[in-house]
Design a protein around this ligand. Structure first.
Ligand SMILES: [Zn+2]
Length: 468
């Protein structure tokens, strides 16, 4: 994600009781223990695939959906929970048999006719419909289902995906996806992965998109509207699919033309691009309050700058392929994507990363004093609460942590370290402890203790480094 400045917090947790349980024979828990979003995700199973068959009519603001969720039980389950916010559930089956279900807040508790034994693969089908809702985050930003002038865009960081499909909505459970969205003829539906067919019948067009690499549900996107479609390739043969609101097409043309070049530049620093296509979705300014690194194809609210394009592209390695284990590890996304901007500027004659670091440290980077001071308001690896996971320190001080590591190991070792981290956890999950252990192992003769204690975990502004 990219936000200019963090928004002050509001809004507590979602209402409703937990569906969870106790006992090895009971249902999986109603959450996976995320320190900031305790109800996000669910215990007791692991999803391998979501097949979402959706239809949306923007004029009526009505969504109908059938979600087919293929999963494996990781404990004996007499019931299991899915996360779903709003919408009306009409029917639930497990392995073809009718299942009982109940709802409490964002928890949809499904009780199959027969116990699901640990290790068993099973399929839950949920049929639902209604007016999908917009979710307000603890930091005041909006996600979930966002209506636009000509359709809608669904964004999910951190918890908005539960507003358009039931699932195990926590970054720790990644899965493949097939999304088919049927929309009125003349509109298009754009999602993650690659296009896998479109068919017009009876005044409506169904668009299918297939994501074959693992994806955290917060990175799923569905954009419905009028778009100019672009299809090109990098020199390395990577398909690039773009969908641009016609009113943003002129302003987007030059920057999107640089996407193949940006992918090649990023591969030089981060290693092979981790997915089977790249791209972008450009909506109008105000359609969303921020840009988001939705997998394969980030969403931009208005024509992006080159630096914003680079930021969201870097997330394909850091965040989308190497995904945080919990929302506490957000700096592993944002610190890296921010540092990618610093590297891009350095490689394109727009100030060295050291100069950016120095300006950040001196408090001259942002135009106003208050934002410059915000950089020191909390340690990047320990945001105080849910409202802070997209705060300035997570981005800027997170990038400063990486720069301190670079200054300690040298440029060549740092490049190897960035690539090695992306390779080691490719298509997986990792947390901050994994990262610090990885860095220490990569350079066993160096001492990183001060970086961890002062820059990563320490309160307040660290002392000026002696090896700047
Ligand atoms: Zn970001």
């Amino acid at each position: 994600m990219t936000v200019a400045v963090a928004v002050a917090g509001c809004v507590g947790g979602a209402s409703g009781g937990p569906g969870g349980s106790d006992g090895s024979d009971g249902p999986g828990s109603a959450g996976v223990g995320d320190p900031y979003f305790p109800k996000a995700g669910n215990g007791g199973y692991d999803v391998s695939h979501y097949a979402l068959d959706l239809a949306y009519d923007p004029a009526a603001h009505h969504l109908t959906g059938t979600a087919t969720i293929t999963a494996r039980a990781t404990e004996d389950l007499t019931a299991l929970n899915l996360d779903l916010e709003g919408l009306d559930v009409e029917r639930v089956t497990v392995d073809g048999g009718r299942a009982r279900w109940r709802r409490a807040g964002q928890e949809l508790t499904v009780r199959p006719a027969k116990r699901l034994d640990r290790g068993r693969k099973f399929r839950v089908v949920v049929r639902y419909s209604g007016a999908p809702v917009t979710v307000t985050d603890p930091d005041g930003s909006e996600e979930g289902w966002l209506r636009t002038a000509d359709g809608a865009v669904a964004l999910g960081q951190p918890t908005g995906s539960m507003a358009w499909f039931p699932g195990n909505h926590h970054p720790s459970d990644k899965a493949t996806y097939t999304v088919t969205a049927t929309v009125p003829k003349g509109l298009r539906a754009v999602s993650n992965g690659e296009p896998a067919g479109e068919r017009t019948k009876g005044g409506r067009t169904a668009f299918t998109w297939r994501t074959t690499e693992p994806m955290a549900s917060y990175l799923a996107v569905l954009a419905v509207g009028r778009y100019e479609i672009g299809r090109t390739m990098t020199r390395g043969g990577l398909p690039v699919h773009t969908a641009v609101d016609p009113r943003q097409a002129a302003a987007s043309r030059a920057v999107l033309a640089r996407l193949p070049e940006a992918v090649e530049w990023a591969e030089g620093w981060f290693g092979p691009y981790p997915f089977s296509s790249a791209g972008a979705i450009v909506e109008r300014p105000g359609d969303a309050g921020y840009a988001l690194e939705t997998q394969n194809r980030p969403v931009f609210a208005g024509a992006p700058s080159t630096l914003l394009l680079v930021h969201e592209l870097a997330h394909q390695w850091y965040g989308n392929s190497v995904t945080p284990k919990t929302w506490r590890d957000m700096w592993l996304n944002e610190g890296f994507a921010t540092y990618a901007e610093w590297l891009w500027r350095e490689d394109h004659g727009d100030g060295t990363a050291q100069e950016t670091f120095d300006a950040m440290y001196a408090g001259t980077y942002f135009p106003d004093t208050a934002t410059n001071e915000t950089v020191w308001s909390f340690p990047p690896a320990r945001p105080p609460e849910a409202a802070d996971i997209s705060g300035v320190p997570v981005y800027q001080r997170g990038a400063m942590v990486l720069h301190r590591i670079r200054r300690t190991v040298g440029d060549d070792a740092f490049r190897a370290l960035l690539r090695g981290w992306a390779a080691k956890h490719r298509h997986g999950n990792a947390d901050t402890a994994d990262f610090t252990a990885y860095v220490q192992r990569s350079a066993p003769d160096e001492d990183f203790d001060g970086i961890w204690s002062d820059w990563l975990y320490g309160e307040g502004k660290p002392a000026r480094p002696s090896n700047p």
